[in-house]
Every structure is written in C-alpha cells, then in structure tokens.
Design a protein around this ligand. Structure first.
Ligand code: NAD
Length: 476
C-alpha cells in the first residue's frame, strides 16, 4: 500500500530539513526490482476489478472519504511539506494543503461526469466511443509542491479506475506516504495506490521503462522530462505527459500602475512564492519604459520588505532553497550577470540571513545582458529580472524569447491590448490582471519545452489517465 512495505533495502533516501540541514528520517528507496514487483501487483489488482470494476460513483465515495481524511490531517500534512521542502508553513497551510484537498474532492466528484461519445454514423451502425482506464499508470513528482502535485495526479488517475504507482521526489516523500496511509483508511483496496519513494535514476527510470506501465505522468524539470520520453519510446511507448520548467514573463503595460498595490503584491507573489522555486514563477518582469522606474522602486521596496527566515514560523514569507546545490546554481547565475554589467537593485548576497540552510535573498536585477542565464534559464530561485519595452510587439517578442512556454501574466486596463498580448504570448496559461494559474475547472499545461502530451486539472486531465475505445455495432 505504501513505501513502508518495500522489502528490498538496497538504497535509502535521507530526508533533510533544508532550513537546518538536519536529518529528519531515512526512507527505504525502491529498487528496480521493487518497481517491477509493484507493477505486477498493480496489474493483477487492476485485472481483478476490485477498483476498476466498481462504479464511478463508488470510486468517488472512497476518494471523497480520502479528501475528508486529508482535511482531518491538514496541519500534519502542512508540517511535513514545510519540513521536507523548506516551504513557509503559512504557504503550506493556506495554499498547498487546502489546494490538494480541493483537487481530490473535485476529481472525486468528476468520476461519473466524464462521458464517452456516440459517433454521427448512418442508421445501419452505432459507433460508441468510450473512455477506459489505462490499467497500470505511474506518476513522478517534483519536490516543490509535494502534496499538491500528488493530488493533481492521484485524483484523476484513481477516479478513472487505474492502479497507480506514485514516485515522490527524493527530498519530499513523507506527505505522499501519509497520503497512501489515508487512502487505505478511506477504503481504497490494497495495491491500487503504491507509493515508491526512490532515486530518479533508479526508481524513476524503472517506472519509465516498465512494460506494464501504460501511462506515465511526470512533473519536474525539462531535462528529466526529455529522458522519460526517450525511455518510453525505447520500451513500450507508454503514454507520457510532461509538465516541466518555465521562465514566465509578467508583462506590465503603460497603464499597469493604475492597479497600485494590487499589482505590486501580485508581482511579489509571482516572483517569490516558494522562494521562486515554482514552475510558473514570474521570473521576468517586462515593463513599459514609461513606468519602469516607478515599478522598479516599488517592487524592489516590497522585495526588501519580505520576511526571510525559519519556514516553521507563520510570519515567514521566504524560507531556504531546497539545497546547497540549488543555492550555488542561483548564486553563480546572479554573479555571472553582475560581472557582465547587470545592476542588482536588491539581493545577490545572503548577508544577514540564517547561516544554517541554503538561504538566498529576494533579488531584483535590471540591465542583464541579452542571452545571459538570468534571462533565459529557469533558475528556480528568488531572482527576478526586469526588462523594458516600448511597444506591444516588443513586449511579445521578449515574452517569447525563451525555450519555455508555461505561463504569463499581463497587466493593463485595455481589453484589446490584453487580448492581443494573450494571443501573442506562447504559453499554456496567460492570466490578465492577476498572477494566477486559473482554478480546477481550467486546464494547465505548458507549451514549447514546458509541456508535452496532456494537461493537468479540469476534465481534460482525464485524457492522461484514460484511452478511448471505439465499439462499432452494425444495427441493420
Ligand atoms: P527533477 O526533474 O529533478 O525531478 C522530478 C522527479 O523526476 C523526481 O521525482 C526525480 O526523482 C525524478 N527523476 C529524476 N531523474 C529521473 C529519470 N532519469 N527518470 C525518471 N525520473 C527521474 O525536478 P525537481 O527538481 O524535482 O523539480 C523542479 C522542476 O519541476 C522545475 O523545473 C519546475 O519548473 C518543475 N515543475 C513543473 C511543474 C509544472 O506543472 N509544469 C510543477 C512543479 C514543478
């Protein structure tokens, strides 16, 4: 049912608190053989019909009970993600955990609302197109939203009737393991959800190459997504959906300051939520030259005002980065930009921050040289660049000047300008006058090298976890 019943002890995972560097616990890592055994078991469970054979309404009832149990244990789950990922506890309490519970409820309720189709055939035949579960499915998760990303995948995968193998990220297995325990308590049959903590190169690769796994949904970096797609192509052509990195722009037109503090607050949230370790982080501010100075002053002042510190403290807005390696990567890119002539308005050096933990300050950069890493690479840290433009066309060109296309936000009172920008920007989600990924009713998936093969959220998410079957009946 969970990672705790993995018997093979080859390999372990140390779960370390990023705020203190202290070891929280050691978890057994699933080996290649563990994955093979778990897949065989999941396959048998699927074939038995113990879950897939139940009516969608019955499956919904179990998943709704699971959502209720997540609510009961919400504070515990929030603490697990706070400790394992270094995320501010207030973010976990008000964002990640309630969001995960809402997702579980939403997908449970959707279980019996995803319809097949009847094809427009002639009178001599009936073409029924039904949606069926894939059988054994797998999900591979990142560490930045451990429970929330699990819920986006577990909800639709199980609502559709699959057996799911779930691999949390190395750093953050505990909330997912607890989710599996809650699923058992809710009455999910054994073997329907198997959590397999483990190393990407071992457990992740084994899932991507396993011939019994028919669909694999991945959220993580673009580099790993590329490897998973290649592994699927080399093995059984499992259906692969990839939600990957981003370098999202926040576009401020000349009238954007009419939104006042609301604009600045949204810009700060877009830039520094989860310390900028967020796939949709608005890490590139593109601002009309006429308001650039005032925007820079107000945004920099707000960034300086953020409370950096212990993520377990409810007042903390910015905690540590996930690891020392992440710190080094972010620091190197900022240092390189500075050496190449970029201007730092705030941040850059971790002066005055806690020395235990990989704390990096909110950093605002302008005049970064074209093509520099801070402008083009996903840094996954609290670093924002500011660039100016003089025309709408230039704004669109700058917005599209990376290999990514996950999200964007646009600020203007002009409806025409907003729609032109929304059309011109190559991204899966463009929010207007807000930093937002939409809600559960809207699909979420990246363009360009941010996404491949399917969307999360909304009833579109079921396409990842189901396949269509045509039944052609001659009626005469
Ligand atoms: P990562 O790619 O390093 O790891 C993600 C997962 O893949 C982990 O569970 C890891 O163990 C596993 N993995 C690593 N190598 C593997 C391999 N060869 N085969 C199979 N699995 C393997 O990413 P991360 O550092 O955990 O997360 C950060 C990244 O995730 C960022 O790029 C971020 O933008 C992205 N992300 C995207 C979204 C989205 O919805 N688009 C959401 C959250 C995070």
């Amino acid at each position: 049912m969970s990672g705790t019943d993995i018997t093979d002890t080859e390999g372990t995972l140390d779960v370390v608190n990023p705020a203190t560097g202290e070891l929280i616990t050691t978890v057994t890592a699933a080996s290649e053989q563990d994955v093979a055994l778990a897949a065989e078991r999941a396959h048998k469970v699927f074939a038995s019909g113990v879950w897939a054979g139940r009516s969608p309404r019955e499956r919904a009832a179990v998943l709704l009970r699971l959502a209720g149990l997540m609510e009961r244990d919400a504070e515990f789950l929030a603490r697990l993600d706070c400790e394992d990922a270094g995320k501010p506890i207030t973010e976990c309490r008000t964002g990640d955990v309630p969001g995960a519970i809402e997702s579980m409820r939403w997908f449970a309720e959707a279980a019996d609302k995803v319809f097949g189709r009847v094809a427009p055939t002639g009178h001599e035949s009936l073409g029924l197109v039904s949606r069926e579960p894939v059988g054994v499915a797998a999900a591979i998760l990142p560490w930045n939203y451990p429970l929330a990303m699990a819920a986006w995948k577990v909800g639709p995968a199980l609502a559709a009737g699959n057996s799911l193998l779930l691999k949390p990220a190395e750093a953050t297995p505990r909330s997912t393991l607890h989710l599996a325990a809650l699923a058992a308590e809710a009455g999910l049959p054994d073997g329907v959800l198997t959590v397999l903590p483990g190393h990407g190169t071992v457990t992740g690769t084994a899932l991507a190459r396993n011939p019994l796994v028919r669909a694999l949904s991945f959220t993580g970096s673009t580099a790993t997504g590329r490897r998973i797609l290649a592994a699927a192509a080399e093995t059984n052509f499992k259906r692969v959906s990839l939600e990957m990195g981003g370098k999202s722009p926040q576009v401020l037109m000349a009238d954007a300051l009419e939104y006042g503090d609301e604009l600045i607050d949204n810009m700060i949230e877009a830039a520094f939520l989860t310390m900028g370790q967020n796939c949709t982080a608005g890490s590139r501010v593109l601002v009309h030259h006429s308001i650039a100075e005032e925007v820079l002053d107000r945004f920099t002042a707000a960034a300086k005002n953020l409370t950096v510190g212990d993520p377990a403290d409810a007042r903390t807005q910015v905690g540590p980065l996930i690891s020392r390696a992440a710190f080094d990567r972010v620091a190197a890119a900022v240092d390189a930009a500075r050496s190449a002539g970029a201007h730092l308005h705030t941040g850059g050096l971790p002066h005055g921050l806690p020395s235990r933990g990989a704390y990096y300050p909110p950093t605002v950069i302008s005049r970064a040289p074209a093509g520099s890493d801070v402008l083009t690479k996903e840094l996954f840290g609290p670093v924002v660049t500011v660039q100016t433009f003089t025309s709408e066309d230039e704004a669109v060109r700058l917005a599209n000047a990376t290999e990514y296309g996950l999200a964007a936000s646009v600020w203007t009172r002009g409806l025409d300008a907003a729609l032109r920008l929304a059309r011109g920007i190559e991204a899966g989600v463009v929010s207007v006058n807000a930093y937002s990924e939409g809600d559960l009713t809207t699909p979420f998936g990246g363009w360009k090298q941010s996404g491949f093969g399917g969307a999360e959220k909304s009833t579109d998410a079921f396409a990842q976890w189901t396949r269509e079957k045509t039944v052609w009946i001659r009626t005469r």
